[in-house]
Design a protein around this ligand. Structure first.
Ligand code: ZN
Length: 251
C-alpha cells in the first residue's frame, strides 16, 4: 500500500448529513446520492429513529424510508443516531456541555431517562436491521449524563465537539464538528453539518460545488476514527478552538 504523508493522513472531512427521517426534502437527498455515488463519497447520515419534530413532518413522506436507509448502509454509508424523536423539551441556558445554548432533547434529563431514549432508538434501528455505532444530539446539546447513557448503550462515538482531530473523553470518541457552513480546513479531521431541509436551491448548488472541489479530501467514518488523537498538543488546540469559536458566536 502507498504510504500517505503525515499531513495527508491527518487531513479530511467527513460529510455529516443531519435530520434524515421519513419526512424530508427527498429531492435533495436523491441529488446527493447521485453526486456521492459518482464521486465515491460515503457520508454519515444522522437518522432520527422516531421523528416527531413538527418542522420536519411538513415535508414529503416516503413510506419505504427504512428500506432506503438499508440501501444507503449497503453502499458503505455510515448510519448514525440523531436523537430519538428530535423534539426539544429542555432549555440549556448555555450550560450544555459544548456551550452552544438553546433547546435540547437530552440536556438536563435524568440519566435513566436519557438511557431509555437511546435504548428505544437503538431498538428501532435493530428492528430495521440497521447498524449504529455513533450518535449526535439535536442542536449539539449534551450533558454528562448523555455521554454516560450512550456508553451504557454501547455507543462509543459522538459526531460533535471542538478540535482539529478526533479525540476521546469520558470513554467516548468525538469527531469534531466546528462550523455551520461547509469549510475545508487545511489541516485536521472534522465533520460538516449539512441540513438539506433548510437549503435553498442556491445553498444546494454551493454545497455541490464545495463537494466537487474537495472530493479528494472527503473521508468516510472509518477513516475519521482511524487515529484518535489524545496528545497534549491536540488537547491544547481543542481548548483554543473552543474559546475562539464561542467568541465568534457571540457576534
Ligand atoms: Zn437535527
Amino acid at each position: 500500500m502507498k504510504k500517505l504523508s503525515p499531513f495527508k493522513k491527518n487531513t479530511g472531512l467527513l460529510i455529516r448529513i443531519d435530520d434524515i427521517a421519513a419526512h424530508m426534502k427527498w429531492d435533495l437527498i436523491q441529488k446527493c446520492e447521485i453526486l456521492f455515488d459518482e464521486l465515491n463519497i460515503k457520508p454519515l447520515l444522522g437518522v432520527i429513529p422516531n421523528n416527531k419534530d413538527e418542522e420536519f413532518l411538513k415535508y414529503e413522506k416516503k413510506d419505504d424510508f427504512w428500506h432506503k436507509v438499508r440501501v444507503w448502509q449497503s453502499k458503505g454509508w455510515e448510519i448514525s443516531m440523531h436523537g430519538f424523536d428530535h423534539v426539544y423539551n429542555s432549555d440549556t441556558m448555555k450550560k450544555d456541555f459544548f456551550g452552544y445554548g438553546g433547546k435540547s432533547e437530552f440536556y438536563g434529563h435524568s440519566l435513566d431517562h436519557q438511557k431509555k431514549r437511546i435504548e428505544e432508538g437503538l431498538k428501532i434501528f435493530k428492528k430495521e436491521k440497521v447498524n449504529v455505532r455513533s450518535f449526535f444530539a439535536p442542536n449539539h446539546t449534551y450533558d454528562l449524563n448523555t455521554f454516560k447513557a450512550l456508553k451504557a448503550n454501547g455507543i462509543d462515538y459522538v459526531i460533535d465537539g471542538y478540535g482539529l482531530k478526533p479525540y476521546s473523553e469520558f470513554q467516548i470518541n468525538f469527531i469534531p464538528q466546528l462550523f455551520y457552513k461547509e469549510i475545508m480546513l487545511p489541516f485536521g479531521i472534522q465533520s460538516t453539518q449539512v441540513h438539506l431541509n433548510y437549503m435553498s436551491n442556491e445553498n444546494f448548488l454551493n454545497f455541490v460545488s464545495f463537494i466537487k472541489k474537495n472530493s479528494s479530501k472527503i473521508i468516510n467514518f472509518d477513516k475519521a476514527i482511524e487515529n484518535i488523537d489524545n496528545n497534549i498538543l491536540s488537547k491544547l488546540s481543542r481548548v483554543t478552538i473552543e474559546k475562539s469559536l464561542k467568541l465568534i458566536r457571540l457576534f
